[in-house]
Design a protein around this ligand. Structure first.
Ligand code: ADP
Ligand code: MG
Length: 607
């Protein structure tokens, strides 16, 4: 309410007070209604069948996710088409799967719903989810059809009948042409990951499939993103669709932290190993750009003794299935994969997504990082960048509205300590089979004769640990320094936390009687906050440099513009380049080095 409104009303006396109180009461009612509206809906309130409610409650679903809260009532109550945009990991499968299952006619075993999705893995995953949801629905059958698998078996399954068919566009089209799959009477069509189906070049197949479906049906288009092609597709095939969107477009999950390391291109693989060693319990997908890169990284990684394998399009379907099964059951710790192969895969509890290379398209990054931080869990998306990729990262930051934190590649000592503690944890947690060990105990004790318990401990640990000590002996620092990247370096600050520092310039120095403690005082006074990390201070004659926690950089520049020192107003600026050259550039004076391009200059220096 505008303050002017209050002032105006108060002048009118008692009547106005009464009026105002009724307005305020109205406001209370509004807030109460808002609270009711904001209360989380329960699955019971959606009106889904009890059989479905029991199944999902057994699966641990307690409340609908935001997209489910919107789509389930919509699909139960009306038959308008729907375009739903939601981030990955928000539960889109149940968002369409549950209402489809609720609505299908179980007394009829002909195909009533067709779900199209881009990959075989996703197809199997959706089928698996539908099977779990329909655990208590007698008479329900769903059929998965996808390429690269025995078509005869799929044909036999289709002949036996089923209410929902989940398939990839290529195989579905093939089966329609063979007159085995009849989609002419479907009531629902679901396009899952529609954007990806277009990216993968399924447009023709999709057009052909859609031409075989009846004019009257309910079409649901699900997508994490809304590129122009999808808008076009929606315009062409959907009738007055309702648009639902959860979260802002182009935004990844909030449960994911985005970390990056800057190293020389030749050190990328070594960095990957250090990250893997530094997180001994990680369960991760390592994304590469091409099949070849995927194969190379996976092969080296396996040869180096890591529990990893590759997933890419060059593998046979049987091989892909085998790799996925091992990964899902956590017998495989790291999956090295291409984007296409890993699209839409829902593997629970991934701790990390590792971007061995950044994708060109920021949307792809958002998809990748959406593989972790799912279903309310925390996750970390790690990017291993070489210097020229930092621009790409900034672009992703802009599109996704997320900040990346620079991390330092762990050094040998840090990793050895992590590994040692990991080993000790394993020793503490191991189950001892007393019956089988006891018979040997006396003989073992004899062998240890003369060693005290400390010595025994050290020896046991060394058996496993020497490998790491050996590998990391004199391990070089792989990080590229701040001066080289022109970025903001993160270091351990005085508080013990990692801090990203910005290098700042101030137009005062010894001549103005500035010294370190006076500068600290000025900074603290102008920001009116204590304990802001301040890094190195370099007081020159007429100007000075200092470092400050990057998060306060903008605030400081503004606040210091109001400060004066010995009668002279003070100017603070961030140093954008390196050393005095950077300072000159930032102040708009000396622009260049003898006409050469600074970027080239810097690039040469890297080599
Ligand atoms: P999307 O297709 O949006 O990427 P999925 O449908 O694959 O996401 O769901 C991601 C994960 O969240 C799955 O493991 C799924 O079982 C789980 N999930 C979905 N809905 C719920 C819910 N309401 N409560 C708890 N977990 C859920
Ligand atoms: Mg999905």
């Amino acid at each position: 309410m505008h303050p002017q409104f209050f002032r105006h009303r108060w002048q009118g006396g008692y009547c106005e007070v009464k009026f105002l109180s009724s307005v305020l009461l109205g406001e209370k009612v509004r807030i109460a209604l808002q609270l009711i509206k904001n209360r989380k809906m329960t699955f019971e309130e959606t009106g889904l069948k009890p059989e479905l409610l029991s199944a999902i409650s057994e699966m641990g679903f307690q409340q609908p996710t935001p997209i489910q809260e919107k789509t389930i009532p919509h699909l139960l109550e009306n038959d308008n088409d729907l375009v739903a945009l939601a981030q990955t990991g928000t539960g889109k499968t149940a968002a369409f799967g549950l209402p489809l299952l609720h609505n299908v006619d179980l007394s009829n075993s002909s195909v009533q719903a067709l779900v199209l999705c881009p990959t075989r893995e996703l197809c199997l995953q959706i089928s698996r989810d539908l099977e779990s949801f329909s655990k208590y629905m007698k008479g329900f059958t769903n059929i998965a059809v996808y390429g690269g698998a025995d078509i005869g078996k799929q044909i036999r399954e289709l002949r036996r009948g089923g209410q929902i068919v989940v398939g990839t566009p290529g195989r579905v089209h093939d089966l329609i042409r063979r007159n085995v799959l009849d989609v002419s009477a479907i009531r629902w069509l679901v396009l899952d990951e529609a954007d990806e189906m277009l990216t993968m070049g399924f447009k023709e197949e999709m057009d052909a499939i859609l031409a075989n479906t009846p004019a009257i049906k309910q079409t649901l288009l699900f997508s994490a993103t809304m590129p122009a092609e999808i808008a076009e597709m929606s315009g062409k095939y959907l009738h007055n669709p309702e648009e639902l969107s959860v979260g802002r477009r182009n935004q990844g999950s909030d449960n994911v932290e985005h970390h990056y390391y800057v190293v020389h291109a030749k050190d990328k693989y070594a960095t990957l190993k250090r990250i893997a060693d530094n997180y001994p319990n990680c369960y991760a997908i390592v994304f590469c750009r091409t099949r070849m890169e995927t194969r190379e990284v996976a092969e080296k990684f396996m040869a180096d003794g890591y529990n990893a394998d590759a997933l890419h399009g060059d593998l046979s379907q049987a091989q892909r299935d085998q790799v996925m099964a091992r990964f899902r059951s956590k017998n495989l710790q790291m999956l090295v994969a291409t984007d296409v192969a890993a699209r839409g895969l829902d593997v629970n509890e991934l701790t990390h997504v590792i971007n061995y290379s950044l994708p060109d398209d920021p949307e792809v990054y958002i998809h990748r990082s959406g593989r972790t931080g799912r279903a309310g869990k925390k996750g970390i998306s790690v990017s291993i960048l070489h210097m020229r990729e930092t621009g790409k990262m900034r672009q992703i930051e802009n599109v996704s509205n997320k900040r990346f934190q620079r991390k330092q590649v762990p050094g040998g000592e840090e990793i050895c300590e992590v590994q040692l503690m990991h080993l000790i944890d394993k020793v503490v947690a191991v189950e001892v089979d007393d019956n089988r060990i006891d018979p040997y105990l006396e003989a073992i004790k004899d062998k240890f004769e003369g060693l005290n318990s400390d010595e025994i401990l050290k020896r046991f640990v060394s058996v496993e640990f020497n490998r790491f000590l050996e590998y990391y002996r004199d391990a070089p620092d792989l990080n590229i320094k701040e001066r080289e990247t022109h970025g903001r370096e993160s270091r351990v600050g005085r508080s013990g936390d990692r801090v990203k520092f910005s290098r700042m310039f101030i137009n005062a120095g010894k001549k103005q009687n500035l010294n370190a403690s006076r500068l600290l005082g000025m900074i603290n006074d102008s920001l009116r906050k204590k304990n802001i990390e301040i890094g190195k201070i370099d007081i020159q004659r007429k100007f000075s440099f200092f470092e400050i926690d990057s998060r306060f950089e903008g605030e400081l520049v503004k606040a210091m513009s109001r400060v004066s020192l010995d009668g002279q107003s003070v100017k603070v600026d961030r140093v954008t380049g390196e050393g005095p050259a950077g300072f000159d550039r930032s102040r708009g004076r000396k622009r260049d080095f003898s006409g050469s391009n600074n970027n080239n200059f810097n690039r040469k220096r890297q080599r």
